[in-house]
Design a protein around this ligand. Structure first.
Ligand code: VG1
Ligand code: CO
Length: 542
């Protein structure tokens, strides 16, 4: 029987950079998850009888919310739900499943790189039929429905068994519990030269892959240990845990410190990588050689043709605006277009669908291609391994060669976390007020060439997104970008992105902190970060 339950709106259900993310305790309020799920369904048109994909990264509350979603999907007229066994689907695997099953869309339950557990974070994200995150017009519609919702529909039924693969029914809706790994692993095998990678591993090439007790564990064990023959134990922290074993599943130099230290040790493996909570991010560290995500995007784009799936070359490259310009130089050399989008994967979908870009990336350790419509951590690791298997060089040698060819974009992101929201807003307002006066003015970073608030016009549908980050551009091509995070659940996080380009004949082996020191000082001068935040240094540097 379908119940229609009366409810009242919550004022804080506006999706951020990637879905709705809140503390678990916020989601545990009566009707909170139901309101948001109903708001998603209310914003859809034509979903009756169609398929919905449901899965998550296994974090605390995953199983409970999956039951709610299934009962609400049945009550709202979906014809079929595809669920990852145990409620597990990595974000890229969910994207693939949506695409191959012809689903109307999918609900991915994850707060991605945010920590999990009863006192940590949970999230819900809606993906559309192309497998990608809902574009802004959809997330705006969801937010509008959430503000006026007065009822939701749910089936009164027992919980569905999501642990046994097979089919069942929930009211009028069919349920299929599917293997979350096999189809995704097959897709990877279709894109990359598995025999070449397997031969290299058999020849003694060593790997360390940190799944951070999050969703990629089963995918990584299947792909790297079973299909590619890496020894058992290559995948570290390979069992998804509801609290990620207290890891903060954000693969950066702070939270993936253990992997970093192992890769810098005298007996380091040849190649290391880590992935995030929901499996869409990657961190690449070669033996004694950290690769910034922006550089990783550039190297992958420059060498993608070495992998069978990309042998025909790339149609274009897209990167988020704060991501360094390293990929731009590769695009220029390849004679293909480079698109600069706002932060968040939802802006890449249209470019990929239109066949305008093949590879996309973000400085936050997200890289992916047109094989799905999400960023994909394991994909990036496999493309690196394919390139290494063909070039037979170390990661460090490949980086040195890349910089000698294209020059080097020294790059860092400074995060100021847990700032009071009003202080963060005040900093941005003050900075916006100054933009007109900055050009022509010298500061510690050099002379400012232009300063603006990034706005994006989507070339496929002309939709406009404003206020996507304040950019301060210098005469020598250096940049400082300021924006506020849209994925946090506590206070505000200021992200400051700092970049300086040195040409192929310049100094290519500086320490990043030294190369960027004048720009870091300029960021302080221009934005008075310490004055607004009370913090004299960032909480995370990546
Ligand atoms: C961050 C990153 C952004 C990424 C987003 C979702 O957003 O900066 O590049 O797309 O997280 O990634 P923000 O608004 O906090 O800067 V994930 O792996 O958390 O889905
Ligand atoms: Co993620």
């Amino acid at each position: 029987m379908i119940s229609t339950v009366s409810t009242t709106p919550f004022s804080d259900q506006q999706p951020g950079t990637s879905g709705l993310r809140k503390k678990v305790r916020v989601f545990q309020q009566p009707h909170y998850a139901e309101n948001f799920v109903q708001s998603v369904f209310d914003s859809l048109d034509g979903h009756a009888g169609q398929t919905l994909v449901v899965g998550g990264d296994g974090r605390y509350l995953n199983r409970e919310v999956i039951q709610i979603v299934l009962k609400m999907a049945a009550a709202n007229g979906f014809g079929r739900a595809l669920v990852g066994q145990g409620g597990i689907l990595s974000t890229p695997a969910a994207s693939h499943l949506i695409r191959t099953s012809g689903a109307f869309g999918g609900l991915i339950l994850s707060a991605s790189h945010n920590p999990g557990g009863p006192d940590e974070d949970f999230g819900i994200k809606y993906n559309v039929g192309n497998g990608g995150p809902a574009p802004e017009k959809v997330t705006d519609a969801i937010a509008a429905h959430a503000l006026v919702i007065d009822r939701y529909k749910i089936l009164d039924a027992r919980d569905v068994d999501i642990d046994a693969i097979g089919t069942s029914r929930l009211g009028d809706m069919a349920i299929e519990v599917v293997d979350p790994v096999a189809a995704y692993a097959d897709l990877m095998e279709s894109l990359f030269d598995f025999p070449a990678i397997r031969a290299q591993i058999a020849g003694g090439f060593t790997l360390a892959l940190d799944s951070m007790s999050a969703v990629t564990g089963p995918y990584a064990v299947e792909i790297f240990e079973r299909r590619l023959g890496a020894p058992a134990g290559t995948v570290l922290n390979g069992t998804p845990l509801p609290d990620f074993g207290h890891h903060h599943p954000d693969p950066n130099l702070v939270h993936a410190r253990a992997l970093h230290d192992r890769m810098m040790a005298p007996d380091a493996p040849d190649f290391g990588a880590a992935s995030d909570g929901d499996g869409d991010r990657n961190l690449i560290i070669g033996r004694h050689c950290y690769v910034t995500p922006s550089d990783s995007l550039a190297v992958l784009a420059a060498n993608a043709h070495l992998a069978p799936g990309y042998a025909a070359g790339l149609k274009g490259i897209a990167r988020s605006m704060p991501t360094s310009g390293a990929a731009d130089r590769v695009a220029e050399k390849l004679g293909i277009p480079l698109y600069e989008t706002p932060t968040g994967w939802k802006f890449f979908g249209n470019l990929l669908d239109a066949g305008m870009a093949t590879i996309c990336g973000e400085e936050s350790a997200g890289t992916g291609s047109d094989h799905v419509r999400e960023k994909d951590g394991i994909w990036a690791v496999l493309l690196w391994l394919n390139i290494l298997a063909v070039r037979k060089q170390s990661v460090a040698a490949i980086m040195a060669d890349h910089w000698a060819t294209y020059g080097r974009n020294y790059y860092a992101r400074h995060d100021y976390e847990g700032i009071d929201k009003d202080c963060a807003d005040a900093l941005m307002v003050a900075l916006r007020g100054k933009l007109g006066a900055l050009p022509g003015t010298p500061n510690s970073g050099g002379t400012v060439k232009s300063a603006d608030d990034f706005a994006y016009v989507d070339p496929t549908d002309q939709s406009v997104s404003r206020q996507q980050g304040i950019r301060i551009l210098f005469d020598d091509g250096s940049r400082i970008i300021f924006r506020l995070s849209g994925t946090g659940t506590q206070g505000a996080t200021l992200r400051v992105y700092i970049e300086r380009y040195v040409g192929p004949k310049g100094e290519l082996a500086l320490a990043t902190g030294d190369a960027l020191a004048p720009l870091i000082a300029a960021a302080q001068e221009v934005a008075d970060i310490a004055g607004h935040t009370g913090m004299d240094r960032p909480s995370v540097i990546t």
